[in-house]
Design a protein around this ligand. Structure first.
Ligand SMILES: NC(=O)c1ccc[n+]([C@@H]2O[C@H](COP(=O)([O-])OP(=O)(O)OC[C@H]3O[C@@H](n4cnc5c(N)ncnc54)[C@H](O)[C@@H]3O)[C@@H](O)[C@H]2O)c1
Length: 389
């Protein structure tokens, strides 16, 4: 195979940006093989841009057409795992938009199938390409920060208006979307949080449901995470703050990392605080610190880099930046957060997926259907999906 023929399903907000990117020849090693959407107007739109690209109203027909080697899934989240499993079953490679699904139980089934398939399975965690987060991960993984005592991420600059929530009938309903900010905007940050700091073993969370918008799901969430080694973490997110904040602080036994305003500051101790605490004869003091300031010139290749990496993984066996099987991790945290909020208790990880599915189903049954506006299409990757400070 010289070039991967990509089929894109869902030519809406993000899907139309992927369509222009791949269709416009911006990803070497990848061509646009076909597009699919259940909305005929979206296909008319595609026809107007690239008249020769085959168009399908049915996903199954597209993946059985022999015209595509891989699919990019950019439809509403409750369909992600089911579509990914179908494509893998047909011997296609899969790149799924985030989140990998709305339920851990579905992600578990998908991972089983993906592992057996031998196909490339990636997830669009485009913020992993941002050099700031990659550097933070490197510092933590190398042991330079020591053991993590605490992380605090305030990520409240995902502001959305009521107009946004009204822009699609599936948005911000239990039946259509399956959740709110934890499932739509925060997956990027929840993924980075676990990518850098590891997976927690217990979650306690509080959600603000329809606190700032007329919606039936949460537009604010606060998560308290406990880790197997005794470390803790706090994660606060919201779509109701204007202006909001994006500040990640990770405090370790050998120093502290702060990512804020597009730069990372790492203040390093010369020895481990746990040793200092029990050996130093002074009662308190200001430590000598070595300070690293990392301010990258750009914010990384984002979506296009993930697409290029996916093509390289298929063509040359390159390692994925975001392996699809890792999509379950951030979903485990958000499912646990819902479960904790719904039951009023702390939740051990891995979660009781059956209980989660039952409680989500109750909400989905009680969900109010919305009549929905149309999609906002994008000829380029929108600035609102990039890392913002
Ligand atoms: N990585 C990112 O930065 C990023 C940014 C935005 C959205 N997303 C994700 O992409 C997904 C789509 O979000 P959006 O904002 O583009 O939504 P959207 O509503 O704008 O577009 C979804 C499209 O899917 C189509 N569709 C729905 N069901 C379908 C089906 N069964 N078969 C074929 N087409 C179908 C709709 O007609 C619509 O055109 C979501 O899961 C979201 O989380 C990711």
């Amino acid at each position: 195979m010289e070039k991967v023929r990509l089929g894109i399903v869902g030519i809406g907000g993000i899907g139309s940006a992927h369509f222009h990117c791949v269709g416009g020849g911006k990803i070497s090693g990848m061509t646009l093989g076909a597009v699919c959407d259940i909305d005929p107007e979206r296909l008319e739109y595609c026809k107007g841009v690239y008249p020769d690209i085959p168009r399908f109203l049915s996903y199954s027909e597209m993946i059985n057409s022999g015209l595509v080697d891989a699919v990019l899934i950019s439809v509403p989240h409750p369909l992600h795992a089911e579509m990914a499993m179908e494509a893998l079953g047909r011997g296609l490679h899969v790149l799924s938009e985030k989140p990998i699904d709305i339920k851990v139980s579905q992600a578990e089934k998908l991972n089983e199938i993906a592992k057996k398939s031998g196909k490339v399975f990636g997830v669009m965690f485009n913020q992993r390409t941002n050099p700031l987060f990659a550097r933070a991960r490197e510092i933590v993984k190398s042991g330079e920060l020591g053991g993590i005592k605490r992380s605090v991420w305030i990520i409240t600059n995902w502001y959305r208006t009521q107009h946004y929530y009204d822009s699609g009938s599936w948005r911000a309903t239990w039946s259509g979307e399956g959740g709110g900010v934890l499932l739509n905007q925060a997956p990027h940050n929840l993924d980075l949080w676990q990518w850098i700091c590891g997976m927690p073993s217990r979650i306690t969370a509080f959600c603000g449901v329809g606190k700032y918008h007329d919606i039936e799901v949460e537009d604010e969430a606060t998560i308290f995470a406990e880790y197997p080694d005794g470390g803790t973490g706090v994660f606060i997110t919201s779509t109701g703050d204007l202006p909001g904040t994006n500040r990640l602080e990770i405090s370790g036994t050998r120093g502290i990392i702060v990512i804020e305003q597009g730069r990372l500051v790492f203040k390093k101790l010369s020895s481990d605080e746990r040793e200092i605490c029990f050996s130093d004869e002074r009662s308190w003091f200001d430590p000598e610190l070595e300070t690293e300031v990392f301010e990258p010139a750009d914010s990384g290749g984002a979506h296009a880099e993930i697409l290029k990496n996916f093509a390289d993984a298929i063509l040359f066996g390159k390692e994925l930046i975001a392996n699809g099987t890792e999509g379950i991790n951030e979903l485990m945290i958000s499912n646990a957060a819902y479960l904790s909020d719904w039951t009023g208790r702390s939740v051990e990880l891995p979660i009781d997926a059956e209980l989660f599915d039952r409680l989500l189903e109750e909400r989905r049954r009680g969900s109010k259907a919305k009549s929905g506006g149309g999609q906002q299409t994008h000829e380029n990757y929108s600035e609102r999906w990039q890392v913002k400070f």
